[in-house]
Design a protein around this ligand. Sequence first.
Ligand code: GTP
Ligand code: MG
Length: 461
Amino acid sequence: MLSKLLGWQDTIVALATPPGVGAIGVIRVSGSRSINIVDELFPSKNLTIQFSHTLHVGTIREDNNLLDEVVISIFKNPKSYTGEDVIEISCHGSPYVQEQVLKAVIRKGARLARPGEFTQRAFLNGKLDLTQAEAVGDLILSNTAASQKAALHNMRGQFSLVLKNLRDQLIQFSSLIELELDFSEEDVEFADRKKFFELLDQLSAVTRQLLDSFALGNVIKNGVSVVIAGKPNAGKSTLLNTLLNDSRAIVSDIAGTTRDTIEEILNIEGILFRVIDTAGIREPTSDIIENMGVAKSLKKIEESDIILYLFDAGFIGIPEIEKISRELKGRNKKFILIINKSDVVNISEAREKYKSIPEIIFISAKENIGISELKQMLFSSVTRQQSLTENMVITNSRHYEALQQVQKSLTDIKEGLHNNIYIDLLSLDIRKCLHHLGEITGEVTNEDRLDYIFSKFCIGK
Ligand SMILES: Nc1nc2c(ncn2[C@@H]2O[C@H](COP(=O)(O)OP(=O)(O)OP(=O)(O)O)[C@@H](O)[C@H]2O)c(=O)[nH]1
Ligand SMILES: [Mg+2]
């Protein structure tokens, strides 16, 4: 019934490799008719009698029209990605050839797959749970070592395992509590309250830890925006170039060189920082374009996660730095105060001079002094010494929202226990908690939600 509603008795087909010219293009077919359909287009061999996990070289023909010479891979259910019969046709990588083969498969009775439909079927057939399926999507999109690791971790099911384990224990308690309901006349307690409290504390701790990891998860998945700000000529563009090891932005001793914002990606130990060089901030002048640039700089500062505020070692006084520092603190944002051009001053004298502002750092963007320390500061300001590989990190906002609900219902359960509320109310709270835990791994779900989750995948996955 469910399968009919979702249309997953159909045989589906899609191009699994990216569109465009390549060495090969893989067309994936999944469903009960996949072997028969492809067999009709493959006169070279009878595919219906071949073993699973075998490869077959031959030609694809439709009505005597030769389309391509291909390699066919057979994966019979249940030992395939989707859990159904799967055939992969490796064609030559011309978009035209691929389209011809794809259309031929559709004419023989397959339907074009929706985005993520192969993975959706894998989920519905119990090959993956929901967090694992989502991790497949994340892995495809991962672009750094850290995002790859986080996705692989989830795909291999570690996250689900922890949640399932806790959920199972909660289910046990829930059934004991519900048993008490049946014997409510007799005033008995089947569920050991002390152990129950222990379990609730354990669940809260794990939930808290996962919720806390989301800040890092977000950083791993989406990167961090870093704005380089400061007065004209402070050396902002020079710093951008030095960080990137590239002469990306124009540098000159004319104040107001950078007029528009320039954004580039910097990878520091697996975390992507979007570094934004801005127009130097100064009072409005008669130059309209420069004023527009300054307005844009202020907007970028507003939107950024971290601000690198640059001062020119030759032209600053302590009151100015203190004023900027107060202003930045008021914004509740991470920032690093930096004195640039430290190569032109005597460092120990300068340190002495600015000792009332101990957090300030000295660099020379031009001479590459203090740059690797600055990179290290950027990295640790977002990771806060948390390991990117050992701990479990949640990167998915759907999981985050469900975990927040879990946390809330755990608090309700604990309060209920303390206040000795009626067992039926208590059991309702427990069910709520179980529901939200199950939502994460997909034990509890609805079709719309599933369709939404998988629609974000690419076609052919
Ligand atoms: N000695 C020295 N000169 C530097 C250093 N960093 C930048 N400069 C020089 O300072 C001048 C201004 O540098 P830019 O990088 O263009 O400064 P900016 O902050 O981007 O300036 P605007 O774009 O005008 O706001 C150039 O002549 C640079 O060569 C440094 O660390 N040491
Ligand atoms: Mg500049």
